[in-house]
Design a protein around this ligand. Structure first.
Ligand SMILES: Nc1ncnc2c1ncn2[C@@H]1O[C@H](COP(=O)(O)OP(=O)(O)OP(=O)(O)O)[C@@H](O)[C@H]1O
Ligand SMILES: [Mg+2]
Length: 438
C-alpha cells in the first residue's frame, strides 16, 4: 500500500484516501479492506435481493393459492376429518365449506388487489355438548390446512385493564402460528374455544349477578370480528407505552368460535313452547332430561335470539352468520370412537404394548361396557380414555417386567367389576402379527 492509497480487497482497485480515518480496514489482522463504492454496491445488492425475495413470497403465495384450492376442496377436507371424527356429519361439512371458501376469498382478494368488491367472510359458531368433538375437530382441521390457524381459549381473555390476557392475544397467537409473517397472519383462521364462558352473566342462563368484564371482552372481540387493526407487543415483551408493537389487520381473518353452551336447550325449548302456546297448541317440548335424542332434536333448532338470551351480545351474533350444531354422542358412536379413528384409544394402546412385545385384545363386550360407562359419566367421549386408563393401569405396570412376547385380553368384567386383564403367552402366528404393529 502506498502512503495515500489502498487496494480494495473486493474490486482490487487502488483507492485514494485523505486521512487515516477514511481507511476502511475491516480486519486489522489480514488487512482486509473495502472501498466505499463496493460497500454501496453490497448494500444495494442486499436491498434488491430482499425486495425480490419478498415479492417472490407474495407471488408464490398468490400462485400457490390455485394449488391450495385444488388440494382443499370441501369433500377432501371432510374426508380427512372423517378419519378422526365420528358422526357430526353436518358440522364437518360446514367446516370444510368454510375453510374452502376462505381460500377462495383470499384468491379473489389477491387477484383484485384488495379492491372494494370483496366477498364477505362467513364466521362460524359451533355449539355442542361437552366431549362431542368441537376442539378435536378444529385441531385436526388446523393440521390439514396450509394457512395459519390458532386456537385461543376465550375464557382466558379479559377486558383490557383486568388481570389476564387481552383480546389481542388471539391475534398474537395467530401471528406466531404464521411464523411471524404479518401477511400470512392476515389471511389466517382464529378459533375461539370455550366461547360460552364469556356470555354475559345477566343472560337468562346465569343467575349470578357479578360479571367480571365479560361484556367488555365481547365488545373487544366485536371490533376484531368486524375487522380492525389489532396492535400487540411481541411475546415476552411487557406492555408499556414505548414498547414496539406489531399491527395485524383482521379484515380477512376467518373467525370460528365454539362452546358447549350448557343449558341452551332449555332456552330453545322455552321459546318453542311460547310460540306453540301463542298458536293455541299445548305441546310438550323436550329438554335434556328427556334424553339425548330429544336434545339433538332441539339443539339443531337454535336461533340467534336463543344465543342472545344466553348472554351473547347481538352485535357479535350478527357477525357469526353460520351456526353449526353438534350432537350428543350415543353409545354406538362412543364404541366407534374407541376403535375407528386413526388415533383411536384402542389403537394407541395396541401400539404402546406392542413396543413391549405384547399383543392387546379388547373383547367387543369390554368396549361396549366402556362406552356404557362413558354415557353414565355424561362427558361425551371425554371420559373414554380415563376409563380405559383405569382398566389398563396394573397391566401397564406389570408388562415391562419381562420381555417375553405375551398377549393381554381385556374382558367385559375388567371394565364392570375391576377384574384384571388376562396375560397369556403368544403362539407363533400371533408373534408375526405383533411384529407388524410395532
Ligand atoms: N365425534 C368424535 N369423534 C372422535 N373422537 C371424539 C369425538 N368427540 C370427541 N372425541 C374425543 O374426545 C375427546 C374430547 O373431545 P373434545 O375436546 O373435542 O370435546 P369438546 O366438544 O371440545 O368439549 P368441551 O365443550 O368440553 O370443550 C378428544 O380426545 C376427542 O378426540
Ligand atoms: Mg373443547
Amino acid at each position: 500500500m502506498n502512503e495515500n492509497t489502498f487496494r480494495c480487497s473486493v474490486c482490487g482497485r487502488r483507492v485514494k484516501f485523505q486521512t487515516q480515518a477514511d481507511l476502511p480496514i475491516l480486519d486489522p489482522n489480514t488487512g482486509f479492506t473495502v472501498c466505499r463504492n463496493c460497500i454501496k454496491d453490497i448494500y444495494r445488492f442486499i436491498e434488491e435481493d430482499e425486495n425480490h425475495r419478498n415479492l417472490r413470497i407474495k407471488n408464490s403465495f398468490a400462485a400457490n393459492l390455485g394449488n391450495l384450492l385444488e388440494k382443499n376442496k370441501p369433500h377432501v377436507i371432510k374426508q380427512y376429518l372423517d378419519e378422526f371424527i365420528i358422526k357430526q356429519e353436518r358440522a364437518k361439512k360446514i367446516l370444510s365449506v368454510a375453510a374452502y371458501n376462505h381460500y377462495k376469498r383470499m384468491k379473489y382478494d389477491l387477484e383484485n388487489n384488495g379492491g372494494n368488491d370483496e366477498i364477505d367472510k362467513s364466521n362460524v359458531i359451533i355449539i355442542g355438548p361437552t366431549g362431542c368433538g368441537k376442539t378435536a375437530m378444529l385441531s385436526h382441521l388446523s393440521k390439514l390446512l396450509d394457512i395459519p390457524f390458532a386456537v385461543t381459549d376465550a375464557s382466558s381473555l379479559t377486558e383490557a385493564g383486568f388481570v389476564g390476557a387481552d383480546v389481542e392475544v388471539a391475534v398474537r397467537n395467530l401471528y406466531y402460528a404464521a411464523g411471524q409473517n404479518i401477511e400470512k397472519a392476515e389471511h389466517g383462521i382464529i378459533y375461539l374455544d370455550e366461547f360460552d364462558k364469556i356470555a354475559r352473566k345477566s343472560g337468562e342462563n346465569n343467575s349470578i349477578t357479578a360479571d367480571p368484564g365479560h361484556e367488555g371482552v365481547q365488545q373487544g372481540l366485536l371490533k376484531m370480528l368486524e375487522g380492525s387493526v389489532v396492535e400487540f407487543t411481541a411475546r415476552g415483551q411487557r406492555k408499556h407505552p414505548e414498547a414496539p408493537t406489531i399491527k395485524v389487520d383482521t379484515k380477512n381473518i376467518l373467525f370460528i368460535v365454539g362452546g358447549a353452551f350448557v343449558g341452551i336447550d332449555k332456552i330453545i325449548a322455552k321459546r318453542i313452547r311460547k310460540g306453540e302456546a301463542s298458536l293455541g297448541f299445548g305441546v310438550d317440548v323436550p329438554t335434556k332430561e328427556d334424553g339425548d335424542e330429544k336434545f339433538n332434536e332441539l339443539i339443531h333448532q337454535v336461533r340467534p335470539e336463543d344465543l342472545m338470551k344466553y348472554g351473547i351480545i347481538p352485535e357479535i351474533i350478527g357477525r357469526l352468520p353460520v351456526i353449526c350444531t353438534l350432537e350428543t354422542l350415543d353409545e354406538h358412536s362412543l364404541f366407534r370412537i374407541l376403535t375407528e379413528p386413526k388415533n383411536a384409544p384402542v389403537k394407541q394402546y395396541e401400539k404402546l404394548l406392542a413396543m413391549d412385545n405384547v399383543k392387546l385384545e379388547f373383547e367387543e363386550a369390554a368396549l361396549i361396557a366402556v362406552a356404557k360407562k362413558a354415557i353414565e359419566r355424561k362427558t361425551g367421549a371425554r371420559s373414554l380414555k380415563g376409563i380405559i386408563e383405569d382398566v389398563m393401569l396394573d397391566v401397564m405396570f406389570e408388562i415391562p417386567k419381562s420381555e417375553e412376547p405375551r398377549k393381554v385380553i381385556v374382558t367385559e368384567k375388567c371394565v364392570t367389576e375391576g377384574a384384571q386383564p388376562q396375560i397369556i403367552p403368544l403362539d407363533e402366528e400371533e408373534k408375526v402379527s405383533l411384529e407388524k404393529i410395532s
